[in-house]
Design a protein around this ligand. Structure first.
Ligand code: HEC
Length: 241
């Protein structure tokens, strides 16, 4: 067998093994940026193997427009798949997560392979562009809004904090103690809007803020609010959108 194709096969195999990580490790919570770097590595491995397998010597058949179309669509589709925060249900189950990874590997491969089939060098250009987009995602570009803390029981179960908080009770506390400044629906008033607070503060940070706010926001803990109350109302605020 052609050594270039063999190398491409090995690279693809290694990438597929790498994509199986969520099964091996279970669903470990890692920072979103790091997660995108792993995705970028998968795309790089898959696209590179696609280029190796397609090769670069001149071939008669090259140049069919269908390959160019695939080389253009694959990176866009890969980008859509990389919205892990929007596609959170993928991330909640190891197999769903692996399916997402296989999607990325397949699209990465297609990017390199089809570009190269269209014309020598296009595979490299397309692969580098999709890899670059994955890197940009790690720095926050094009990343969807973060997971909402308590919007579904399944998501709540993945967070150690929100399993013990009660956002329903938090809603009552909010109406009594916070709505006067932040508005009944959290849309703001004398205090700022708390919609999408999750994008500004994590649950832990929101709790810390409520425990030690900057004036004019009143310090209600300890006193009016117990530690449990702080957790509940913070969970409620984190779910506002
Ligand atoms: C007297 C009015 C007032 C009340 C009552 C009040 N807040 Fe605030 N809150 C503010 C103001 C003003 C700010 C902005 C302070 C700043 O950024 O310097 C703020 C900021 C916040 C923030 C941070 C927003 C950000 O920028 O990320 C959170 C979270 C918050 N409040 C939650 C609550 C909760 C929960 C309650 C009820 C337990 C509450 N607040 C009660 C006035 C109030």
């Amino acid at each position: 067998m052609n050594p270039r194709v063999t190398m491409g096969g090995i690279a693809l195999f290694a990438t597929v093994l790498y994509a199986l990580a969520p099964i091996v490790r279970g669903n470990v919570e890692i920072p979103i940026a790091q997660h995108h770097l792993f995705h970028a590595a998968m795309i790089a491995g898959a696209a590179f193997s696609g280029i190796l397998i397609a090769g670069w010597q001149h071939r008669e058949r090259r140049g069919a427009a269908g390959w160019l179309l695939a080389a253009l669509i694959a990176p866009v589709a890969a980008m859509l798949l990389m919205w892990p925060s929007e596609y959170s249900y993928f991330e909640l189950h190891p197999w769903g997560h692996v399916a997402e990874h296989f999607g990325l590997v397949g699209l990465g491969f297609l990017t390199g392979y089809s570009g190269q089939q269209y014309a020598n060098g296009i595979g490299w250009a397309a692969a580098i562009s999709v890899f670059g987009m994955a890197l940009l995602a790690a720095w926050g570009y094009g990343v969807g809004p973060p997971l909402r803390a308590v919007s579904t029981p399944a998501q709540a179960a993945t967070s150690s904090v929100s399993t013990t908080t009660n956002p329903g009770h938090g809603a009552d506390l909010f109406a009594k103690n916070c709505a006067v400044c932040h508005g009944a629906a959290g849309a703001g008033g004398e205090g700022p809007s708390l919609k999408n607070e999750r994008a500004r503060k994590s649950l832990i940070q929101a709790e810390a803020w409520i425990e030690n706010p900057v004036p004019p926001m009143p310090k209600l803990y300890p006193g009016t609010l117990s530690a449990q109350d702080v957790g509940d109302v913070a969970a409620y605020v984190e779910a506002l959108h």
